[in-house]
Design a protein around this ligand. Sequence first.
Ligand code: AHR
Length: 649
Amino acid sequence: MKKLTTGFTCAITAASCLAANPTFTIDASHAAGGVSPKLYGLMTEEINHSYDGGLYAELIQNRAFLDDATTPVHWSVVSDSDSAATIALDAANSFNDKLTTSLRLTVTKAAKNHPAGVANSGYWGIPVQPKATYRASILARADANFSGPVTVSIVSDDGRTVYATQKFSGLATDWKKFEVALKTGRVKPTAKARFEITLDQPGTVWFGLVSLFPPTWNDQLNGFRKDLMQMLVDLNPKFLRFPGGNYVEGDTVETRFDWKKTIGPIEERHGHPCPWGYRSTDGLGLLEFLEWCEDLKAEPVLAVYAGYSLKGMHVNPGPELEPFVQEALEEIEYVIGGTNTTWGAQRAKDGHPAPFNLRYVEIGNEDWFDKSKSYDARFAQFHDAIKARYPQLKTISTIGNDQPEAAQVHTRKPDMTDEHYYRSVDTFLQMSPGYAKKYDRQGPEIFVGEWAAYETSFPPWDKQSQKEPPTPNLKAALGDAAFMAAMERNSDLIKMQCYAPLLVNVNPGGRQWRPDLIGYDALSAYGSPSFYAIQMFSRNVGDEILSTTPSDTSIQGCATRDSQTGEIYLKLVNPLATPETLKIDIQGIASVESRADAIILTGKLDDSNSLAQPQKVIPATKTVRGVKPVFDYTLPPHSIVVLTLKARS
Ligand code: AHR
């Protein structure tokens, strides 16, 4: 293999790197297959503070005081030289058997201009936006000598600026829920702020749960962060795979995604340790996942716990596994059952009488890690039970063609198998031209349920990768685009695919894995170059695959056609450091309009986006002139291009 000056190894052959007569031929005489209408989707789980401290808009970190068994982490005392208070966890005074502790605030000295209380620092800051209404809800009780008032405020880190404040009274010795609206004025957006609850006289107050929400997407209660939702909508996803990933499995059976514990009012949700090293509030629970799908107009791809957890635990197939099979059947009933069923009725009680549209159920996650080799039997048990009750559902095996044949499921034919690819950019460039060519077209459909190119020397699971920026640069986007083109060329078989992970809170305490598609802190968010590459691909796709032949070139690509309009979407990836002039030869068309639209993502290989520079690498739209059935087009160096060609047959 010839090494190019770009640092890429030529992905095709040494000869093609020398580009004598680079040509990209599209056979538009007939469709080579159908493009899956749900090819582009999203994968999501609680990792990198994707939900808590991310999409789930709750602003209070450790809202139920359960994050640490001994200390009220993320909470601190507020006092001045003339006031004093202490705080402590108090399991003897808990709100219920789900919120199993409380925070006791004892104010021993306070006066009108010298309040004392408690503050929460949020998920690395409380974001303050101008002219916004924040909803605080507080479960509290007090000792017999104190009934209020209590002041709740959003204040600057240094305590000098009060962005919004309100008071409430009426505390009693019994638990009560208090709801307060906090309105900001014309303030400059900042995340250097905290949330405070203070008293201006001595007293003891217990808090069972303290919640604060900013304005949410569609103003939903217990809802989602607006800027992140807009970015997800912009990706035009057709499905959402949830809740994992490792998150569905948990480190142990006990800490799996136990869906029944994630529904109902938030004060009924205990939360659980997630396998990525922090505790999940379960505020984004099963119903919220489903409503998230609805908001995105995307289909749910539901992963059910299948008896394997990450610390190597497995549940033996047979009677021991049966309760987990029932748990999955009940979960499906919650999703699609009528309100005359037990779990459909529960869903209605939780606020969503209409069943959701579910077609795919994934049984577990990455079960090739199960050293006991019990997956085939576990899969069979789930598959049979699901098919018996819901014959219309398709089952997905988590062991796909990327794993040895012997590890795959043999006793049943899964409807679909899930393949995961975390590969270096060079590996993607090398494997993409031949990807899936040898796959059995009569075999199960394929779901590439996790994939991402990494451009650093470290794979995502290597701790060293934590020292790198959380989101990938343009070089990675080139690898991603080459692989997406390969999947699109084969989308008669590759029915669904999704990049992973989707979200990362970029604070050093917020992340466990890189690369990730979308980065954010408490205040703002940005898309990586890979985000824009996916957006370019997912928003410009036809329903017919056209076969393509690159020759004498390192350019990779794919073409699809919209059978209604005749428009051809030609996607091209130039991994080289030099411009590449391609002869584009569209065979089998009568004519093509001389003007075409080109969406181009290009830059230096190590260009990337960040909170400081969110739009350094973004696509530009240009008009291409002189388009003919055979025409020359020059791709910029290091570029991803989508051409929309208005062809007629
Ligand atoms: O995407 C991050 C992790 O990678 C997923 O949780 C797991 O399925 C895979 O190993």
